[in-house]
Design a protein around this ligand. Sequence first.
Ligand code: PLP
Length: 482
Amino acid sequence: MSEKKSYHMSPEEFRRHGREVIDWIADYHENVERYPVLSPVRPGEIGDSLGTQVPDRGEPFSEILQDATERILPGITHWQSPGFHAYFPSNASGPAILGELLSAGLGVQGMLWSTSPACTEVETRVLDMLADLLGLPEAYRSTESGGGVIQDTASSGVLCALVAARERDSRLRTNRQGCDGSQVAYCSTQAHSSLEKAMGIAGLGRANLRQIPVDEHFALDAARLAAQIKADRADGLRPIFACATLGTTSSTAVDPIAAMGRICQEEGLWFHVDAAMSGTAAICPEYRHLHDGVEYADSYCFNPHKWMFTNFDCSCLWVADRTALIGALSILPEYLVNDATRSGAVFDYRDWQLPLGRRFRALKLWFVLRYYGVEGFQYHIRRHIELARRLVGWIEADRHFEMVAPTPFNLVCFRHRGSDELNERIMKELNGSGEIFLTHTKLNGRFALRLCVGQSRTEAEHVEKAWSLVVATAKRLRRRAT
Ligand code: PLP
């Protein structure tokens, strides 16, 4: 017989190890700059260092924690490092991590209002508050015709919006019988791939997504959108959905939201706005104009898990008319029937998302909103944008480099003059150095370096360091080539 009385961790042990884990996380964040930003491990290296079998006997927690930190850390890419400039950030903060911990501690599953009323009601209130903070239209409030819901990601958000649009168009027929291939949707050539993926998943067909050309600033050409909708209608198709992006992934371009919104209203299309990262900027009054035209939108999505200090995952989706979303996604088997649902007086968020079960994500978001306050968010957003602008100034002053897209927010797209290969080599050397991590895209068919300033701890010194590394690396490679 094992000497253990119980296989569970006692509250005393939990208290002790919990402190160790919090200490570990605090040390990690304090020292995160010591690690190579991009993990240098080879494929399989981390997996091979782990055991292959579940132990017969449970192991002491301290050993597990030690293993987790020693064996796993080399395979971590440090998204929380101030030298992380790749993709879009997935930043975090103390209050968010502690809110997440509290949510795990409560361990509730909030599929229905009745399975934890607070899980639903905190979420509803937090999303109403956030709609105010971003200056979103009144209709998005839970007290009006709409409301907000937290999804895992913007990909799920756009899929939910697309399914709602599909059902609004077919009056719920496609939910029962499937699609007939006649429904088409629109976005720009720069829209995120999640919409194309959603078209396939929703049964609408990826080929039924029209990718409208963009102007010289990589923003959708509204006249071409209007023309394409008319051409599709003339071909007997049913235009049902259009997506505007506020801050595209490649270059943070902003589509003409008001012009697209008017077209969608005239043509009866569901209008979705994807503001995944850049929507956060609207917290600052000087960026609020970005939301001009959002009053035409049927749905709007942005990710606090990108640029709003709320650790992954946390994506907010608002709809102007919740009945369209709920009508498309609701299904009520007998085992979920309860008095609160029957009364119609509550939201059951299972009807607003793809899965049934759901985490108490609103808790971390509530913590973050209260901890930073409007002032805190504005301070950091302005700081990041200002640092990105400084970088633009240095790039423009260096004859070896050129800007390749406007910088409306905190993403800088640039390249070394010359070949794509040279730019790719610069990027690989920089990432291999472990000092910074940045990624690329293609703009107008040419390789472009993307450097995003959005990490919670990124300060002026880090952006200065990143730029001197870029310059030094380029110089070295130029010398090597001659
Ligand atoms: N939309 C845009 C504009 C994005 O940049 C991204 C990701 O970077 C997404 C959607 C997808 O985000 P998620 O990972 O939340 O699905």
